[in-house]
Design a protein around this ligand. Structure first.
Ligand SMILES: *Cc1c(COP(=O)(O)O)cnc(C)c1O
Length: 725
């Protein structure tokens, strides 16, 4: 059956089984690596040339080559082929049939031209490696003329069919001899091996695939591939038909994007398509549209922001560097020295949040269309961009009336909430209870966290919404942290109890075990892990992920710097430096303003019917205007201008707006995610690409005062303007 599927794959590519063989591998990268490993074993090493548009997996081959070269343009390749000097030794020219960055299709004729230009009297020879992983998902590849075909073609079958997880290397038999140089053998690729007294082996020679498929084949996946071919044909008939369909859709998307203009006439979309290609011409262009968005003042919108909103709307796009370093650098004019600087200063790396540096995007947005995409997918994506990112009129409607500089505002503390276990439910401080507040935050706030047993990362509700149903409460009479695991399926909630005292006995001894370093939002610290396996089992079973409870080490304890002692609570100094707006969601205290929430809820209720609960914002302090404030005199979003506030005798400083993400969409009572209030926040509260709600706050310690307390119901005066600092 495996051999039948090999033939079927060759037929899919119009490839004659007399001229080609198929090697099954895990993915396209594994196929590339198999070639690279083979060439590395050549006695004289090898030369490697690759095109700028190469996927990261093709670029990596250069590390095994003795000499390598990156072609920056098609013209460079053309000229190099024309002027081809005699190759010294063997080499590979590698390029993608379709750029995975912007869908541009590269000339398939290079294999043939290179072969013709080769001087046959010469010992040397350059093989061609075509990366067909991107092109084949929406377009046929025709290898019917073996003289013109690439020597090696690599593909990812799951990119065509979705399933099975399998890749393939298609080898032109004329080029197969090179694999005899591969040194490694394994079960499956060898006929006889001697190990004792004499070390000798005889490698398989009967076919190319039997020389290269080490170990057990993924038999079930290969057999599933047979069904994948059948189903794909039933659904779509042929890749040629898929190409026409997706070409039409991509053209529609592309034209729709170019039409999007802000009220002031500036375009919303910056496209990264090659000028010479056309979406309706499948030889020059695949159905991939790459772009970035600009605000009406020409500044770039953060791609991350677009992705977050898209995911709420069930739209799947890819953002960032797209695994195409050369293509991205050339399209975005990123200079290597800038990129290295950004990397070494920690500002940017693959997958990082901070994607606009010095006003320039470090990546792009890629919308790919496939066989199953529809016209309405395209239209709803365009509508989505319009809804969130287009500013139709010349004014900025989201600006609220802001209080005058230097004015003050009278409020009260409506509620105080602490989150004893980071990312779990909050616990409300009882009315009339003076609560200790320190520069690092409210007492008992984020004293514990849940740590993943495998990765040692602190768990977050963003990933594990069910953490909202872990409800801690502080029982000072018994000296216990009580944790209820509330689940609608399980009304008799379990209760776990943990001593509040810092008695070391419940913790794992650090003498016998290696100290464990945990990671909280990118900062490392050494937590004290609870030893109890039943505690771990309970929590793990509840969230469905192996985890353990950990307690932050006490402040200033031996061996922990202040920074590591409570990594989740950045020290005052740390925050000072990052004013005015923190990038991190973490700060000593988070304050929200009830009037702002009311204003937000007016809009949400109008669109959506159901108001957002204050609990989703996970604030520590909720401030409200006095009950007798006449209607119409509330000051929503006055906190945008506040610099300080006084609660009783204590002074607090505001450090900037709190950047929000989809986590505010998790209903804290049910752990169910929906699209509000993030969608409305994104429409009304986006500033410089950041969605802000609530303000980071910290206590300014009074000299001489030993401990500061605040309580629910306390009067608050907030101040705006610098002169009061
Ligand atoms: C996806 C892709 C790859 C990598 O494929 P894997 O199957 O993930 O190894 C390589 N090149 C291109 C052009 C791709 O699109």
């Amino acid at each position: 059956m495996v051999d039948n599927v090999r033939l079927r794959l060759l037929r899919f590519l119009n490839a004659d089984p007399d001229c080609f063989d198929v090697v099954f591998v895990a993915n396209a990268t594994a196929a590339i690596k198999l070639i690279a490993d083979t060439f590395r074993d050549l006695p004289g090493g090898f030369w490697y040339g690759y095109h700028r548009d190469a996927h990261t997996s093709l670029v990596g081959v250069r590390e095994l080559a003795s000499r390598h070269q990156c072609f920056e343009t098609d013209r460079e390749v053309n000229e190099w082929i024309k002027s081809r000097v005699r190759a010294e030794g063997l080499g590979i020219l590698a390029y993608p049939a379709q750029s995975n960055m912007n869908g541009r299709r590269l000339p398939l004729r290079w294999s043939h031209e290179l072969r013709q230009a080769e001087d046959t009297r010469n010992e040397g020879r350059i093989f061609t490696l075509l990366d067909a992983a991107a092109i084949l998902s929406t377009s046929p590849l025709d290898l019917s003329d073996s003289k013109q075909a690439p020597d090696f073609t690599v593909l990812s079958l799951y990119k065509i069919f979705g399933f099975p997880d399998l890749g393939a290397l298609v080898v032109r038999k004329d080029a197969g001899w090179v694999f005899q140089h591969r040194k490694y053998f394994g079960g499956g690729t060898v006929d006889m091996v001697l190990s004792l007294k004499e070390q000798w082996h005889a490698k398989k020679v009967d076919s190319i695939h039997s020389q290269l498929e080490d170990g057990t084949l993924p038999i079930h996946s290969i057999i599933a591939l047979d069904s994948a071919f059948t189903v794909h044909t039933e659904l779509f008939q042929s890749l040629a038909r898929v190409a026409r369909h997706t070409g039409y859709l991509a053209d529609r998307l592309h034209r729709g994007l170019t039409r999007l203009r802000h009220g002031n006439g500036r375009p919303l979309v910056q496209l990264y398509k090659d000028d010479t290609s056309h979406y309706r011409d499948t030889c020059s262009q695949g159905p991939v549209v790459s772009f970035t968005l600009r605000n009406d003042d020409d500044t770039f919108v953060s791609n991350n922001e677009v992705e977050k909103l898209a995911s709420i709307r069930n739209i799947h796009i890819r953002t960032g560097g797209l695994c195409n370093p050369g293509g991205i650098a050339s399209a975005l004019s990123l200079k290597p020295w800038d990129m290295r600087k950004n990397f070494s200063t920690g500002q940017h790396k693959c997958g990082s949040e901070n994607d606009i540096i010095d006003g320039k995007p470090t990546g792009m947005i890629r919308a790919s269309l496939g066989a199953m995409s529809t016209t309405s997918d395209v239209d709803s994506f365009l509508a989505f961009l319009k809804e969130f990112f287009l500013n139709d009129n010349n004014t900025t409607p989201r600006e609220e009336a802001v209080p005058e500089l230097g004015s003050s505002c009278e409020l009260v503390v409506e509620s105080l909430t602490v989150y004893p276990i980071k990312s779990c439910a909050g616990w409300q401080v009882p009315f009339d209870t003076p609560w200790l507040v320190r520069p690092e935050g409210l007492a008992w706030d984020r004293e514990w966290c849940l740590v993943h047993q495998g990765t040692n990362k602190a768990l977050s509700q963003k990933r594990y919404p069910k953490m909202a149903l872990i409800k801690p409460s502080l029982d000072f009479d018994q000296g216990l942290l009580r944790v209820r695991l509330t689940d609608s399926h399980n009304p008799h909630a379990e209760e776990l109890t943990i001593p509040l005292s810092s008695d070391p006995r419940p913790f794992q001894s650090t003498e016998k075990t290696q100290p464990r370093l945990a990671d909280v939002c990118g900062d490392t610290f050494e937590p004290r892990m609870y030893a109890s396996t039943s505690l771990a089992t309970c929590l793990s079973d509840f969230i469905g992920v192996p985890c353990q409870l950990a307690r932050f080490p006490p402040m200033g304890s031996a061996g922990t710097s202040t920074r590591h002692a409570k990594a989740h609570l950045k020290t005052n100094n740390d925050i000072e430096r990052k004013r005015p707006i923190l990038l991190s969601n973490e700060s000593p205290i988070l304050t929200i303003n009830r009037s702002s929430l009311n204003r937000l809820n007016e809009i949400i209720k109008a669109d959506f019917g159901k108001a957002a609960s204050p609990s989703v914002f996970r604030a520590n302090i909720v401030l409200a205007e006095p009950w007798n404030t006449p209607s119409g005199f509330e000051q929503p979003y006055a906190e945008d201008r506040w610099t300080r506030m006084r609660i009783g005798h204590e002074t607090f400083e505001f450090l900037g707006g709190c950047r929000r993400c989809q986590m505010v969409c998790i209903d804290q009572g049910t752990a169910v995610k929906n699209e509000q209030p993030f969608v409305t926040l994104a429409k009304t509260r986006r500033f410089g690409g950041k969605v802000l709600f609530g303000v980071h706050t910290c206590l300014l310690p009074r000299s001489g005062a030993s401990c500061a307390t605040i309580r629910v119901g306390d009067a608050v005066t907030s101040f705006s303007g610098d002169e009061l600092l």
